[in-house]
Ligand binder design. Sequence first.
Ligand code: ZN
Length: 307
Amino acid sequence: MTMFDLISISTGSDRLIIAKVDSETRALRLLYNKEFQLTNALLTSEIFKFLDSAGSFRAIGIAAAGIIEQNRGIIERTTTNKVRNLKLADILEKRYKVPVSLYNISVASVIGEVLFGTGKGFKNVVYLSLSTLIRGGVVTNDHVLLGKEGNAHEIGHIVVSSEGNLKCSCGSYGHWIAYCSGFGIPQFVRYLLDTKYKGSATKLRSMKNVSAKALFGLDKKDKIAHKIIVNDIGRLNAIGVANAINAYDPEIVIIGGRIAYNNPKLIMDPIIRNMGKYIVNRRPRIALSKWEGEGKFLGAVSDFLIA
Ligand SMILES: [Zn+2]
């Protein structure tokens, strides 16, 4: 019988998802999924509302997108800075009298991948998520790299463009996120239309804001859209992936996140084709995550799973 005895929470700056996980079978059931501007008060009150009527559970795991202080169970800040210094683990422990663990969302994801996903059986794994932002998680010789406060691998902020003409979500310039993430793609497209593809006829020109979804949707219908996806975004993704390979020498690189999940071939092919130019060590496997994002829920509660 499935017990669904663990609560797994994924939180960021604008989305809260709550799932139940069965500690024996690893079965996962998403029960709450809402998009709204999270603040300390809203985040805690929404979690309370849900958990107060969620039946019994014996532990809670949190995967937080943002900067955390893992040992103290604190979400220090989210991207939008609306959640700040929130002692979420403490607050939930006191209210529900169960143990609570907190992980950076990328770290939770790589743990999930290695234990139950595409990374199973590998000792040296890099997980990269291409989504609204770009994040990474690393396991090396079976050890999860955490960093001093649990925020290792904010790899989306590596520099992939030396010209640095586009601003990242963090405020700096030239970072991978500024070009290839859901955040970056609209400004990268606009920039390319004004420079490299100036004068080229394309449907993109009349569009106000070219989201990742809109751009990839035009791949087969618009030559310039195809070029941007394969040559421009593809090359920068290859540079980003190569940087991760050069830094961590993984056996496998797992690519996940919504943009990759929705456009597997258009994301993977240019990376595989171009990364050889930028790596120094032996080529690892490159694989698409089999999940749309389930890994983080399993990783977040990994301390409480029954072996
Ligand atoms: Zn940045």
